[in-house]
Every structure is written in C-alpha cells, then in structure tokens.
Design a protein around this ligand. Structure first.
Ligand SMILES: C[S@@+](CC[C@H](N)C(=O)[O-])C[C@H]1O[C@@H](n2cnc3c(N)ncnc32)[C@H](O)[C@@H]1O
Length: 180
C-alpha cells in the first residue's frame, strides 16, 4: 500500500505556521550531527530535499557561505511559504520525482523528510542519487522508529556508499552516503 501523500501534504500545509517555533530545537540536533560529517564546499550546489521551512539552511549558513543559493524542495506549499525570506530557490516537488536534471547537485540533505513506506523511501533515495553528481553526497535522517534491518544493504543496492552512520540524531538516525 502506498503512503497517502495528499494527506501528508495537507497536514504540513495546515501546520506550517509556527513549525519553526515548535521544531527548531529538535531539528538543530540533527543538523549538527549530519553537518559535522559533511565536507562543505562554498561552490557546491546544495539541495534540501523535503526541506520544509528551510531551517537547515540557517544552520548551513553558519558553517559555509555558499556562492549559489541552495535549492529547497518540498511537497507542501505551506511549508515552503514559511521559508520566504531565506536565501534559497524554492519549488514544490515530490522527493520521488524531482524537477532537476541528472547529476546537477553536489550535496543533498533530507532531514526527517523521507516519509512513507520502505519502497517509497528507497524510491526517493534512488531519485536523490539520480540528481547527485558522481562522488556527490547525501546526508539524511529517518525517524529511528522507521528505519529497518538491512537498510545498509538497501543503500548499497541503490548505488549509495555509506560514509558515516548510523549516527545518533535525536529522535532520528542519520546516514551520510556517497554516490558511487
Ligand atoms: C518533519 S518535516 C522536516 C522538514 C525539514 N527537513 C526540517 O528539518 O525541518 C517533513 C517535511 O517533509 C516533507 N515531505 C514529506 N514527504 C515528502 C515528499 N515525498 N516529497 C517532498 N517533501 C516531502 C513535508 O512536506 C515536510 O515539510
């Protein structure tokens, strides 16, 4: 059975206002754990996948001054609206079908945003791999309760090499993977 994305989108649209106040502290722990493991090049094109209100981008800007505005993609228009004022290019998109050409992204993040069934998460990981350049990096976290045994094998089957993880990321477990 596939995860009802329309309902998910509506839920995030409904709860978008005030998201930062409610979740900034919780998410900040995850960003720190992932960012500590990633090499940040000022020239990189960065994608925040399921980036919502763009909280990660603020944490990222504390570590690196990016030459190009990062891309912020999310299913929920309401969440993207909360990101107005942040330096980024925003677009509504589904992680399983990204409006980006293959190999154009250097670093992608997906923090607590790969939601749904295992097959939907794997499909989103494959799509992230498609848009990343060879040697590119994906740093992501899943709710620990939604990880599964054999995840490392599934990552390898997606052509993603585990570089760091599993990482303690608060309520999430984090992974940093590279595109082979
Ligand atoms: C828990 S919030 C996390 C937001 C952000 N990554 C953060 O760290 O604050 C989950 C986000 O994932 C987005 N999302 C869920 N499924 C998605 C999908 N298939 N494609 C794109 N965005 C998705 C939701 O709209 C929501 O903004």
């Amino acid at each position: 059975m596939s995860f009802p994305k329309r309902e998910l989108r509506r839920a995030y649209d409904r709860d978008a206002v005030g998201y930062d106040e409610r979740f900034a502290e919780l998410q900040r722990v995850k960003y720190a754990a992932l960012l500590d493991e990633v090499e940040l090049d000022p020239g990189a094109l960065v994608l925040d996948l399921g980036g919502g209100s763009g909280l990660l981008l603020a944490a990222l800007a504390e570590r690196v001054s990016l030459e190009r505005p990062p891309l912020l993609l999310d299913l929920s228009a309401g969440m993207l609206r909360e990101a107005r004022g942040r330096r980024c290019r925003r677009a509504q998109a589904d992680a399983e079908s990204l409006p980006l050409r293959s190999g154009c992204v250097d670093i992608a993040f997906a923090v607590t945003s790969l939601l749904g069934t295992r097959s939907q998460v794997l499909s989103a990981l494959l799509e992230a791999r498609r848009v990343l350049r060879a040697g590119g990096t994906l740093a992501f976290s899943l709710l620990t309760s939604e990880t599964w045994e054999g995840l490392s094998d599934d990552l390898a089957a997606c052509g993603l090499e585990l570089r760091a993880g599993p990482l303690g990321c608060g309520q999430d477990t984090g992974y940093v993977v590279g595109v082979l």
